[in-house]
Write a protein of this length. Structure first.
Length: 118
């Protein structure tokens, strides 16, 4: 059974930084492209960033490009999202998942709440 456990969220002022982590189990982690998604309050879940199985290719939503960095550690079955220059519009519950392109594959974990105050 695939499990995805996100952590690292919190409350931060605009301009601040957070680093999210997602620990995966129940799958051959190093075989999958991994992605981050977010769901702002009252809105649909949206794609944020993805990283190929090797870490050699990354891609981002335009809204976070230049501010967020996705990375992974295949030895730890963990994917990260470094978020800098945070804005109130980044407030959301953040989730990770394996992806094909920007389409999630597995069921969602519980997510981690990020709140950015102005």
């Amino acid at each position: 059974q695939v499990q995805l456990v996100e952590s690292g969220g919190g409350l931060v002022h605009a301009g601040g930084s957070l680093r999210l982590s997602c620990a995966a189990s129940g799958l051959t982690f190093s075989s999958y492209t991994m992605g981050w998604f977010r769901q702002p309050p009252g809105k649909e879940r949206e794609f944020v960033a993805a990283i190929s199985w090797s870490g050699g290719t990354t891609y981002y939503a335009d809204s976070v490009k230049g501010r967020f960095t996705i990375s992974r550690d295949n030895a730890k079955n963990t994917v990260y999202l470094q978020m800098n220059s945070l804005k109130p519009d980044d407030t959301a519950v953040y989730y990770c998942n394996t992806v094909r392109g920007t389409t999630p594959i597995w069921s969602w974990g519980q997510g981690t709440q990020v709140t950015v105050s102005s």
